[in-house]
Design a protein around this ligand. Structure first.
Ligand SMILES: Nc1ncnc2c1ncn2[C@@H]1O[C@H](COP(=O)(O)OP(=O)(O)OP(=O)(O)O)[C@@H](O)[C@H]1O
Ligand SMILES: [Mg+2]
Length: 611
């Protein structure tokens, strides 16, 4: 039966789930873990590593290991967030051909959707190994506060990974779905999701008939665990500079170790009151003398270092409640999502603000993928049993508008409007014989258009020549259920569809995506080849082990004859050639040697059995 997988593509960790026999199950990867690090690396030999394999070698291969690509996805090269990542990341970021961001790995520049696609492809593979068949369709989640460029780029990542993304859904909405699905409840809930890179809060009404209606949502797509880690890193770096006069940030390996240690300390401080951070041989003093870093961080100090970050989330929560036209007493339950909600200060702050203890029923790392899987299965099974009926009514997180005279933003679709939705607007020409009109479409809450995110320049072309004000064009701005924007135009007089050219987006072109899909497929083939080689290598090693075990016995039996000595020499030869084939990663030669090893082994067994 056709399956749709649900993928939570996280900044730090990704998770995949699928509905089986009416229940959603989270799928573990080969290592047995239910989440996979959203990390990608390129080794010196040009091998691509994803997940735990990438994480394991991050310190020794810092420059070619990408983490937190989600912080870059759909962003423009010249945005302040990209500048911040560029100045602190241990990998290299360069400007792409569309003013977008590219990540260079072993001298090759990759687009951000391409890097995210490597993670998505891994999640697809984890699901396929579990299900035992190929998977094409997926529901992928994004932070609720993601704008159109970020959503579009995530969708591109899905395509590059060979997935048909049948729906993009918002992470807090997915969490609410996992929380309320099949429970027959009727209540207003707040979902507070603080992950590795992003923060979202959504307020929903869950109805007993399977309706999940988002009332308001807000967030910050650049606020998460990473920022908490950064505060600890800053504190360590400053302390070290005061003590030794050396800037640890200049050394990539030291920086990667600091990052690791900072995150570990943060996590530990959720359960203990004090941690010791110990990094021996962190850097050389320059006089050929190794320096060590050793400091104690208490929970109280850590809370002070990060209090403003937590406060920011509370302020956003207050705003969301206001936008929903609700008071805190109206919230009947609070769902905490994301690894960062394990931090006691976070949990305390949410509980204090809303005046109630958060719900304990959901798993903060898995709910989002579970919700995505439930939505996927519901989309497939539209006319299935009514118990499985799900109606998600989500909203657009940011106001959609366009630039008008004076550089101001004219709102077209206000934030928190239920999607899908469309608004029309009529434009008239302002000059005689004007044949083109340019429309700048933006998203954001500022009155100043340039403070908002530019989604695209839409140019209406081929207008009929006429005096000013005669030609009337109706432009329709549409937001679909994925939260993705499209623009159409129609000549009101003739009813003719007007063509629109889109420029100035940071997205990838159709051709680029196609090329990336192809290289993704190549990688899948290469990976399969690697796995075959690995399996054959294990077989060869097993056979060699058996042959070596029998060697003495066999040589006692046949070593006296020329024929016997010749056979023993040959066996030695086969084993040596096998080792060479393994060292050279020569698949064809290894295949041949495995056959020879099998023959030798059978022969040895025969000799021993007869003796
Ligand atoms: N016990 C803990 N205490 C504090 N922080 C923790 C704990 N466990 C995990 N974290 C932090 O939670 C973050 C990861 O959370 P999660 O896996 O929910 O993020 P994500 O889904 O990858 O990111 P996002 O949703 O923002 O894209 C990391 O910053 C991690 O250090
Ligand atoms: Mg998350």
């Amino acid at each position: 039966m056709e399956k749709v997988i649900g993928i939570d593509l996280g900044t730090t960790n990704s998770c995949v789930a699928v509905v089986e026999n009416g229940t959603a199950v989270v799928i573990a990867n080969r290592g047995g873990y239910k989440t996979t690090p959203s990390m990608v690396a390129m080794t010196e030999a040009g091998k691509r590593l994803v997940g735990h394999l990438a994480k394991r070698q991050a310190i020794t291969n810092a420059e070619n290991t990408v983490y937190s690509a989600k912080r870059l996805i759909g962003r423009k090269w010249n945005s302040p967030q990209v500048k911040q990542v560029a100045s602190t990341a241990s990998y290299n970021i360069v400007e792409g051909p569309h003013g977008d961001v590219r990540i260079s790995l072993r001298e090759k520049a990759h687009s951000v959707p391409e890097v995210s696609a490597m993670v998505l492809a891994e999640m697809k593979l984890i699901a396929e190994e579990y299900l035992g068949h190929e998977v094409q369709k997926a529901v992928v989640t994004v932070p609720a506060y993601f704008n159109d460029n970020q959503r579009q780029a995530t969708k591109d990542a899905g395509a590059i990974a060979g997935l048909e993304v049948i729906r993009i859904i918002n992470e807090p909405t997915a969490a609410a779905l996992a929380y309320g699905f099949g429970r027959n409840i009727d209540r207003t809930v707040a979902v507070y999701d603080l992950g590795g890179g992003t923060f979202d809060v959504s307020i929903l009404e869950i109805g007993a008939t399977g309706v999940f209606k988002v009332i308001s949502t807000a967030g910050d797509t650049f606020l998460g665990g990473e920022d908490f880690d950064s505060r600890v890193i800053d504190w360590l770096v400053e302390g070290f500079r005061d003590e030794h006069g050396i800037d640890l940030r200049k050394d990539r390996m030291a920086l990667q170790r600091l990052k690791d240690a900072a995150e570990k300390a943060k996590v530990e401080l959720s359960s203990v009151r004090e941690v010791e951070i110990n990094l021996p041989f962190i850097i050389s003093s320059g006089r050929n003398e190794a320096l060590h870093l050793q400091r104690v961080l208490s929970r109280t100090d850590f809370e002070q270092l990060t209090a403003d970050l937590v406060q920011k989330t509370v302020d956003i929560m207050r705003q969301t409640l206001e936008d929903a036209g609700l008071h805190r007493e109206d919230i009947e339950d609070v769902v905490l999502v994301g690894g960062m909600t394990r931090m006691p200060l976070v949990e305390r702050s949410v509980a204090e603000f809303l005046g109630r203890e958060p719900s304990k029923g959901v798993h903060p790392d898995e709910v989002v993928a579970i919700g995505a899987a439930i939505q996927g299965s519901a989309l497939l099974d539209d006319d299935g049993p009514s118990a499985n009926r799900v109606v998600l009514l989500d909203v657009t997180p940011q106001t959609l508008g366009m630039m008008v005279a004076g550089g101001l933003m004219e709102p077209l679709i206000p934030k928190d409007t239920t999607v899908p939705t469309a608004r029309g607007k009529t434009f008239t020409t302002s000059r005689d014989n004007q044949t083109a009109v340019k429309i700048l479409v933006m998203q954001g809450e500022s009155e100043q258009a340039d403070q908002n995110e530019l989604l695209g320049e839409f140019i209406l072309t081929g207008l009929r020549r006429a005096p000013a004000g005669v030609v009337e064009i109706e432009v329709t701005f549409e937001i679909n259920a994925d939260g993705i924007v499209s623009v159409h135009a129609k000549d009101l007089e003739t009813g003719k569809e007007q063509s629109i050219t889109v420029t100035a987006t940071s997205g990838l072109t159709r051709e680029e995506i196609e090329a990336m899909i192809d290289s993704g497929k190549e990688f899948a083939v290469e990976r399969k080849r690697d796995e075959e080689f690995e399996a054959r290598k294990q077989e060869a090693e097993g056979l060699m082990h058996e042959i070596e075990r029998l060697f003495d016995k066999v040589s006692k039996v046949v070593g006296g004859s020329d024929y016997g000595r010749d056979a023993l020499d040959k066996a030695q030869g086969v084993m040596e050639r096998t080792k060479v084939a393994i060292d050279r990663h020569d698949a064809a030669a290894l295949k041949e040697q495995v056959e020879a090893l099998s023959r030798t082994f059978r022969m040895f067994k025969g000799v021993v059995a007869k003796a």
